[in-house]
Write a protein that binds this ligand. Structure first.
Ligand code: PSU
Ligand code: MN
Length: 306
């Protein structure tokens, strides 16, 4: 059998083997989730914040059929240059590797690749989930099921609020995913701090996330943890304001018959326009904040391992 097509940069490989904290970042947010040039600004700033916290960033993508763990600035620039790239989730990942092509990794594929490399914490903006029109479309993101398969902590500001958040959080509970809210009693709603949905588990210390993952492992349970981190107060958009824009974006998506993997990127770009960039600014801030918490959690693993 041929070797797994995966390349880890020297810096990341050294960090993993020496126990230096490492945080993974996804690339679909660069290629499909944010407009230019904010996509590249956000990716670079997230890496910078992780370094500020004393950890090593590892942005993940598939380049020419190779899983790349850690990218250089030119590669990040290429992913965010506006060229059309496939969005790889769990289902697409093997095909993209055998075809030898380049693709951005969504949350599910980034979880798989991070785990293969031995990285235990991954930061993103918001995970996918159950779409509001699920009854007609059956559209539920691969991200949710990935938490059953892959053992990693995903730091996100909940699921994107264009989704049916109540159904998304219910489904995570059904799947046995540990959803730990950070600092607030309520689960976050991406651009807004509160969704109106109470969280049964709240933690105040980054070490609690690391301990929970270690305990899942000891229990032989497998599966991941969602660290639900609310957007910083100064950047949040009130839920009622976002809801008005979402209603309009959903109407436009249905008129234009947008389906499948194109729904999330379409809605995000529609909201960016309707809000005159406010949703993009909030998205940038929450990604930065999630990178920071992820680095703090990764640092706790170093201490647990000693
Ligand atoms: N977080 C963001 N913006 C994004 C995403 C996450 O702030 O665009 C991406 C992730 O890659 C996630 C995907 O996996 O959106 C969800 O897409 P879907 O609903 O098609 O599974
Ligand atoms: Mn979908």
């Amino acid at each position: 059998m041929r070797d797994l097509p995966m390349e880890v940069t020297e810096e990341v490989a050294d960090a993993i083997s020496s126990g230096t904290p490492v945080v993974a970042l996804e690339s679909s947010i660069i290629a499909q989730g944010l407009p230019q040039p904010e996509n590249i600004v956000t990716a670079v700033a997230a890496e910078g914040e992780i370094r500020n916290q004393g950890a090593i960033p590892a942005t993940i993508a598939i380049i020419d059929g190779v899983i790349r763990i850690g990218l250089n600035p030119d590669e990040i620039e290429m992913l965010g240059s506006g060229i059309e790239l496939p969005k790889a989730g769990r289902a697409e990942l093997p095909l993209i590797l055998t075809a030898g092509i380049t693709a951005a990794t969504s949350v599910s594929a980034t979880m798989i690749c991070s785990n293969l490399a031995g990285i235990r914490v991954f930061a993103t903006g918001g995970i996918g989930g159950v779409h509001r029109n699920v009854v007609e479309t059956y559209d539920i993101s691969q991200d949710l099921l990935e938490f059953c398969h892959t053992q990693i902590i995903v730091v996100a500001s909940g699921a994107k609020a264009v989704l049916d958040l109540r159904k998304t959080y219910e489904m995570l509970e059904t799947l046995g995913v540990s959803v730990l809210a950070y600092e607030l009693r309520e689960l976050p709603a991406f651009w807004s701090r509160c969704s109106g949905i109470r969280s049964s588990i709240v933690v105040d210390d980054p070490v609690d996330f690391a301990n929970s993952l270690a305990m899942r492992r000891q229990l032989g349970m497998g599966g991941g943890i969602l660290a639900a981190n609310p957007i910083p107060e100064e950047s949040e958009i009130p839920l009622s304001q976002v809801e008005a824009w979402i209603d309009e974006a959903l109407k436009q998506a249905s008129l234009e018959d947008i389906t499948g993997k194109h729904v999330t990127p379409y809605l995000l770009s529609c909201l960016a326009e309707l809000s005159e960039g406010e949703t993009v600014r909030a998205n940038m801030s929450l990604v930065h904040n999630n990178a920071k918490l992820a680095a703090q959690i990764a640092t706790c693993f170093g201490k647990l391992d000693q």
